[in-house]
Design a protein around this ligand. Sequence first.
Ligand SMILES: [Zn+2]
Length: 69
Amino acid sequence: MNKRWTFGEIKNYVEKNSESKLLSTEYHGFSQKLLFKCSCGNNFEKTFTKFKNKNQRKCDVCEPPRPSR
Ligand SMILES: [Zn+2]
């Protein structure tokens, strides 16, 4: 039961749930990397799944990726 997100819903979600901004202008699916702008000014790419489900809502500088161990 995966909800199908529209681009508008994703943009809203990003604005309401993070300090980052969405720079991408279209969304084609869960595997697509979206371009975000972090509150520090860095741009970063992430899939929306990671952004939403794994709480990766900032760039790698503000929030370094944790090694999965
Ligand atoms: Zn940052």
